[in-house]
Design a protein around this ligand. Structure first.
Ligand SMILES: C[S@@+](CC[C@H](N)C(=O)[O-])C[C@H]1O[C@@H](n2cnc3c(N)ncnc32)[C@H](O)[C@@H]1O
Length: 336
């Protein structure tokens, strides 16, 4: 009797959620978590095999115990050659290892399972944007406006669907908000540690999305109250997200559109995390001017953006497709 009928199982798309378990508590742990996850996303084919194994229960099957050939045979409903190829790819990727007749998860892969939400989110996004890199690479390098019109990734981030709070808009927006939420949950410690010395009491996170950055920041800084300013549909999702956590009464939401609205006043810390790069310089400057007006005298402005992509001697791993589609959006030095 097979343990699972693999052909009937759903694909793993977006079954990940943020959880308190496996969240890094400082910047060293945060960097280590991203590096560890990326170790298993080095090549596209190995990442596909891992995605298949996670989505079809094979990793969970090995998680319980090491397996011999007989137990593995009980798992197979699929073609024997396909199953062998997947196992071989997982072994070459150091997800699995052989020990005599047994196959087991490697110790390294067991440790990445603490960050399974991040691993699955990154695999999902990489698979989503890889076709843009496959098909539109020349355009990405030479004609960004045309790339933006044609690339599938911009069909995901539809800010125009974030203005009216309808069930359809909430559903469309939740697809990318759950991804940014998981990235932020793991990235936040890299930034939050440095904010402690400023000892802020009232923070405004502009484009603060689901409130995950604000939530993580208040959990690190005693007495801090945070307000998220974002588009209405995003705020609706954020309120639902933050309500699940102990910090709910310290994170508030103000829906608005920064192109037209002013920011509320009375904050000693205003942050823009991965927000300004979305905008041409004239918009970005007007957003910063609004922040200066809203900031208390002597307050701090925080801008958190990814650095420009560089190619190291080891080349560029598959995991970088996720950043490659945004590579010409990094902030120019004038705004740094
Ligand atoms: C790339 S996301 C970054 C989100 C979050 N800060 C993070 O680091 O994951 C940009 C954010 O800006 C918000 N945003 C876009 N246009 C906006 C506007 N006109 N007014 C306010 N927020 C906006 C989006 O809804 C989104 O949450």
């Amino acid at each position: 009797m097979p343990l699972m009928n693999m052909s009937n199982l759903p694909q793993s798309e977006q079954k990940w959620t943020t959880s308190a378990a496996g969240l890094p508590s400082n910047s060293d742990e945060a960097s280590a978590a991203f590096a560890l996850v990326d170790e298993f996303l080095r090549t596209e084919i190995e990442a596909r095999a891992l995605s298949f194994a996670l989505g079809h229960g094979l990793i969970d099957f090995f998680f319980m115990s090491a397996r011999d050939a007989e137990e593995l045979a009980s798992f197979q409903e699929m073609d024997r050659r396909g199953f062998k190829l997947v196992l071989d790819l997982l072994i070459s990727a150091n997800v699995l290892e052989r020990d005599g007749d047994l196959i087991d998860l490697s110790a390294r892969f067991r440790s990445v399972l603490a960050y399974r939400d991040l691993l699955e989110a990154k695999m999902w996004f990489a698979a989503l944007v890889a076709p843009d890199v496959h098909q539109l690479f020349d355009m990405l390098l030479t004609d960004v406006p045309a790339f933006m019109r044609q690339a599938g990734v911009f069909e995901l981030f539809r800010y125009d669907l974030c203005l009216d709070v309808t069930e359809a808009n909430i559903e469309a927006t939740s697809r990318w908000v759950s991804y940014t939420t998981i990235l932020t949950a793991h990235e936040a410690p890299a930034c939050v540690e440095r904010l402690r010395d400023l000892n802020p009491t009232r923070m405004l996170d502009v484009g603060g999305n689901s409130g995950e950055f604000a939530r993580r920041t208040v959990s690190f800084v005693a007495g801090l109250q945070a307000t998220v300013f974002d588009l209405p549909v995003v705020c609706e999702l954020g309120q639902r997200h933050v309500a699940k956590f102990a910090e709910a009464d310290r994170v508030h939401f103000i829906p608005g559109d920064l192109r037209n609205d002013v920011l509320p006043r009375g904050f000693d810390l205003i942050s823009f995390k991965s927000m300004l790069h979305d905008w041409p310089d004239d918009y970005a400057l007007s957003f910063l001017q609004k922040a200066f007006v809203a900031l208390d005298p002597g307050g701090s402005l925080l801008i958190f953006e990814r650095a420009e992509i560089g190619v190291t001697g080891e080349g560029m791993p598959y995991s970088m497709v996720a950043n490659l589609v945004f590579c010409l959006f990094s902030l120019r030095p004038a705004l740094h």
